[in-house]
Design a protein around this ligand. Structure first.
Ligand SMILES: [Zn+2]
Length: 254
């Protein structure tokens, strides 16, 4: 089982990161994908990846909430990192209009620049969407049939949104603890979507699944998301594990 989205390098884990990784291993998590945020998160993320080779895999990208006046410098760093070594994905990237709409045009420029780089370096993208589904789909339009592939991480949209993503081609939906929240409606939505389109993730330290909602999230809780999917699809945990792991391995080539 793979946690396809975890910020376990963040300071929330400074006091017990090794224990959190051990708990993940003991819960059957075979790999953890680390999406970058910006120039500040990069050193911690690289240090964690170096400490756990073939277990933690870093992606490189500029998160939409970090797109500010300095976005050109931040993008230059991403480009130099892409040239410096190989990466599992470009991420996380996208559009976020929940926290701040001030830099919408810069967010779109930054998003599309990083989509170009993903194509250039032939790696998938990890997309973050918050209150911006139509803007994100519009920004993606020039890349239809380009061979671009990736994941809409933390998917929380409607059945129509899910179908639009699947119809676009090349993209999976990342499902996390939100699916365990009774008021999210996400369980009813994804019931109508084939399991071959899904990835599982935690987005730790955020979005902690029930019954730990409100506490810090960690990669071991990927298992709680998988258990919920087994309940939704009326199948075994093993079937969920096999299909979502296969989906993750083929997208990220790990
Ligand atoms: Zn994230």
């Amino acid at each position: 089982m793979i946690d396809t989205h975890s910020h376990i390098y963040s300071e929330e884990f400074d006091s017990d990161r090794a224990e959190a990784i051990l708990r993940a291993k003991n819960s059957g998590i075979s790999q953890i994908i680390l999406p970058n945020v910006d120039s500040e998160s990069l050193p911690q993320m690289l240090a964690l990846e170096a400490e756990y080779p073939h277990y933690c895999y870093a992606a490189i990208g500029l998160h939409p909430t970090s797109v500010k006046e300095s976005y050109r410098e931040e993008l230059a760093l991403i480009k130099s990192e892409l040239e410096r070594r190989s990466w599992i994905a470009v991420g996380e990237i996208g559009i976020d209009l929940y926290w701040d709409k001030t830099f919408l045009s810069e967010q779109i420029i930054t998003f599309q620049q990083q989509l170009e780089w993903a194509l250039e370096y032939k790696i998938p993208v990890i997309i973050h969407v918050r209150d911006s589904f139509s803007e994100t789909m519009q920004a993606l339009q020039p890349y239809r049939n380009s061979g671009l592939k990736g994941v809409f991480h933390s998917f929380t949209g409607s059945v129509e949104d899910a179908r639009e993503i699947i119809e676009f081609g090349g993209f999976l939906l990342g499902i996390n603890g939100i699916v365990t929240f009774k008021n999210s409606g996400l369980a009813e939505t994804i019931k109508q979507i084939d399991l071959k389109h899904l990835l599982i993730e935690t987005d730790s330290p955020y979005l902690t699944p029930a019954p730990h909602r409100g506490k810090r999230n960690e990669s071991a809780y990927t298992l709680l998301v998988a258990n919920k999917l087994a309940e939704i699809y009326s199948c075994s945990l093993q079937q969920i594990d096999e299909q979502t792991t296969l989906n993750a391995k083929s997208l990220f080539a790990i």
